[in-house]
Design a protein around this ligand. Structure first.
Ligand code: MG
Length: 159
């Protein structure tokens, strides 16, 4: 059975994952409005992935005898200065999420819960990919400038 403290920490992370899902959905709408359908489609998939994280964490909590909660989700931004600025925010956000996951591992470690540490290592590894992917797309956008935006858009449509 999972400890009360760890249950609360994971529930907070579920709230953060749901907030992330809303952030990327909002970005999807922003890009669609700008005529960048590839970016919009990529963001929609990213949003779904964050929802899947919330489901996965809730499933884990329940399996360990805990109670998963759907808490209040704060409002997300709906506008960004430019397509590049929005993606820079993706990178910044994923770096913040990495820190949240690291903090969760610390709680699991303090609670001496090996199974939860093992469960969370998957997320620690995934965050390395999330940061690298976002950084890679930001780099391509900077290299291509406005003229290269449609090329990146076509590439992101393939996700
Ligand atoms: Mg996530």
């Amino acid at each position: 059975m999972i400890s009360e403290k760890l249950q609360q920490a994971i529930n907070e992370q579920i709230t953060a994952e749901l907030w992330s899902a809303n952030l990327y959905l909002s970005m999807s709408f922003y890009y669609a409005h700008a005529g960048l359908d590839g970016f919009a489609s990529w963001m929609k998939k990213q949003s779904q992935e964050e929802l899947d994280h919330a489901y996965d964490m809730a499933g884990y909590l329940i399996k360990r005898g805990g109670k998963a909660l759907v808490d209040k989700i704060d409002v997300v931004p709906c506008d960004w200065g430019s397509p590049l600025e929005a993606f820079e925010q993706v990178y910044a956000h994923e770096c913040r999420v990495s820190k949240l996951i690291d903090g969760l591992v610390d709680v699991a470690s303090a609670e001496r819960d090996k199974a939860t540490q093992d469960f969370l290592w998957g997320y620690v590894r995934e965050q390395v990919e999330e940061e690298a992917t976002a950084q890679g797309i930001v780099d391509k956008m900077k290299l291509g400038g406005d003229a290269g935006l449609l090329l990146v858009d076509a590439e992101l449509a393939k996700r």
